[in-house]
Design a protein around this ligand. Structure first.
Ligand SMILES: Nc1ncnc2c1ncn2[C@@H]1O[C@H](COP(=O)(O)OP(=O)(O)OP(=O)(O)O)[C@@H](O)[C@H]1O
Ligand SMILES: [Mg+2]
Length: 447
């Protein structure tokens, strides 16, 4: 399913090279003014970072790609683009790009449909390729920490340090007894490079590599604010991975990725009802509405399957939260906030509430983002809310960002040569000069 803006773009063509140069100079002057205005705005917003041009958030999930772009306005964030593009079955398995070409083609198509070819973007990783550790170490400055992070990380990871990219963030600079709390994030170099190459080959420019768990946390922080005196669990249930993140007093205290998700329901439906992948997905996504109309045997079968699969997924989540409770003081979780496509079936939510005895709520990642109803169909966007959390969290990032206060986390696992200004200037003669009229309507297409 694809939701894309109907934008009108007038590309100017030039009869002669001097005319072109004059126009190019004019465009560069305009863009310099734009940067100046932007940096003034950033200062007015209390930021210390000069440029606040937000990145394109690109969530490359195993079932679909989600794309989100936000813009900073004087009054907050505004939704500029949101789109979803389905991937073929098994294109991504266990976080690995098995069908590399298909992923590149879908990325390229999504970028083209949304007119954001060449955009700088933030992507993310999840699953067993990623390790997150919260640890206490002696107090030091951010610079000292960055210098020693390879050595520090080496003690906590089961991989050779040469095979991974590491980033670190101070969570609490004064945790007591001369210690501070830091968050280490580590991911396999090979996997990161595969994703980066695929995105680059599709014509986009990744400058931030985050992880799904923290992207959800950033989306949650933006819309709900991490509660200061409470323990909450953010659970993102995707097609093949469940990301758990327990936040205590606004700080990540426990994370776990479980290799399971909505794919189990798709595969069980295919097997038990002897239907194709597409039909199984249809039953799963259309859910109660489509199948209940018939009130048939099929309806009962799908419901039963949903309940059985929900019990399996909830058992795995419960096991992780039991481990958290057994190893943590003050482990009473006040509320669970759900995101991810596979968190939606009512059987899953019921099972979670019954087994864990904790209130559950599905998050709306667009809650604090202004959305123009004439640009985005509100009903359509509402159906996208659960799957949009990671993409929204990524779309909050900007190039060279650091923690800006609050409970957001700004991890970047991108190799430093890709993070750097290698792309910042580009080829001036290739700059497209375009005048854009704001879009007025979004259309829904099937891809
Ligand atoms: N309305 C719905 N009801 C039930 N399941 C749904 C619904 N919408 C999507 N799903 C299921 O959710 C999954 C997709 O969710 P999501 O887009 O969050 O996953 P992903 O990001 O592609 O995967 P992952 O992050 O695990 O690699 C699929 O298994 C899909 O069948
Ligand atoms: Mg996902």
């Amino acid at each position: 399913m694809t939701v894309f803006p109907k934008k009108y773009q007038f590309c100017l063509t030039f009869q002669s090279f001097p005319t072109f140069l004059t126009f190019q100079t004019f465009a560069l002057t305009l863009s310099t003014k734009y940067v100046q205005i932007n940096s003034l705005k950033a200062k007015a917003l209390g930021g210390t970072v000069m440029s606040r041009k937000l990145l394109l958030g690109l969530d490359i999930g195993s079932s679909s790609i989600k794309l989100c772009q936000l813009a900073e306005t004087g009054t907050g964030l505004k939704l500029v683009k949101f789109d979803q593009c389905m991937l073929p079955p098994k294109a991504i398995v266990d976080g690995a790009l098995i069908d590399y070409r298909a992923v590149v083609e879908k990325l390229r198509e999504t970028a083209r449909l949304n007119k954001c070819e060449g955009a700088q973007c933030a992507i993310s990783m999840s699953g067993h390729n990623v390790i997150v550790k919260q640890i206490s170490i002696p107090e030091m400055t951010q610079k000292e920490l960055e210098e020693s992070m390879q050595w520090e990380a080496e003690q906590y990871i089961p991989f050779d340090i040469k095979d991974v990219n590491v980033d670190v963030q101070i969570l609490n600079p004064k945790a007591g007894y001369g210690q501070m709390k830091v968050l280490f994030v580590v991911a396999k170099k090979d996997t990161i490079n595969d994703y980066i190459h695929a995105v680059q080959e599709a014509g986009l420019r990744p400058v931030v590599v985050d992880i799904d768990t923290l992207a959800v946390q950033n989306a949650f922080d933006l819309n709900y604010g991490c509660p200061p005196n409470e323990v909450v669990a953010l659970i993102n249930v995707g097609a093949s991975c469940i990301n758990i993140n327990v936040i205590s007093n606004g700080i990540t205290t426990f994370t776990r990725d479980i290799s399971n998700g909505g794919l189990l329901m798709t595969e069980e439906t295919m097997k038990q009802l002897n239907v194709s992948w597409e039909e199984a997905m249809h039953y799963q996504i259309a859910g109660d509405d489509t199948v209940s109309d018939s009130g048939t045997e099929l309806f009962r079968e799908v419901r039963k399957l949903e309940e059985r699969v929900s019990e399996i997924l909830v058992t795995e989540i419960q096991r992780s939260l039991d481990f958290f409770a057994a190893t943590t003081i003050n482990a009473d979780i006040a509320r669970i906030y759900l995101s991810g496509g596979a968190s939606q079936p009512s059987a899953f939510i019921r099972a979670l509430e019954r087994r864990l005895k904790i209130p559950v709520e599905i998050i709306n990642p667009f809650k604090n983002i202004s959305v123009d109803p004439s640009a985005f169909n509100p009903d359509l966007l509402r159906t996208m809310e659960p799957i949009a959390a990671v993409a929204v969290g990524l779309a909050r990032r900007f190039k060279g960002d650091t923690r800006i206060g609050g409970n957001d986390v700004r991890i970047n696992l991108c190799p430093s040569d890709t993070k750097s200004s290698r792309y910042s200037l580009g080829n001036p003669f290739k700059l497209p000069i375009s005048v854009r009229i704001p879009f007025t309507k979004r259309v829904l297409t099937l891809s």
